[in-house]
Design a protein around this ligand. Structure first.
Ligand SMILES: [Fe+2]
Length: 179
């Protein structure tokens, strides 16, 4: 009946080059604190969007597929570099139709992303007795990202990122808002 649109797209690009650009930005700026606890989050729009020129078509096609308007544009983006124990609290992205996250570097045990079912409270409290967790009855859904993954989801969908428990390497992602 009701389905949350979500797309996992494999983005083929030079992730090492993107990683270098992310660290270059981190050297230049103190960043900001929004949903991140620890780690570093850039200010908005630090990177040259030509790196991600395909994204607007990918998201536009997906948007049309689910009955929403096409001609989608990137409105903003920012970099997340989560070092040991840093994480992102549950949040949603205001002022956008679609959001996405591109995974640049994902070391082992560096934290999965968790999406919250919009019916989370009902499922969690009123439907707490389940035989088997499925797409129909899960209050939330946790995904282990891989480098090059691009996750596209509605901007209104709550999500959080688990702590990076890898002591040696940072988890690097780039978040996008589209409309
Ligand atoms: Fe987010």
């Amino acid at each position: 009946m009701f389905v949350v649109p979500f797309l996992r797209y494999k983005f083929d690009c030079d992730l090492l080059k993107v990683k270098d650009l992310c660290f270059y930005e981190k050297e230049k700026s103190q960043g900001r604190i929004i949903s991140n606890v620890g780690g570093w989050q850039s200010n908005v729009n630090p990177l040259d969007l030509s790196l991600f020129s395909e994204f607007e078509k990918i998201v536009s096609d997906f948007s049309l597929h689910v009955g929403m308007p096409g001609n989608i544009k990137i409105r903003s983006h920012w970099i997340n570099i989560n070092d040991y124990k840093s994480f992102n609290r549950r949040h949603r992205h205001n002022d956008a139709v679609w959001s996405a996250v591109l995974y640049v570097q994902v070391p082992n045990n560096s934290g999965d992303i968790r999406f919250y079912n919009p019916a989370h409270d009902q499922l969690h409290y009123e439907w707490s007795r389940v035989n088997q967790l499925t797409h129909f009855n899960s209050p939330c859904w946790t995904i282990a990202p891989e480098p090059g993954d691009l996750f596209i989801f509605p901007a209104w969908l709550d999500h959080e990122v688990e702590p990076n428990m890898n002591q040696n390497e940072e988890r690097i992602s780039i978040a996008f808002n589209f409309d």
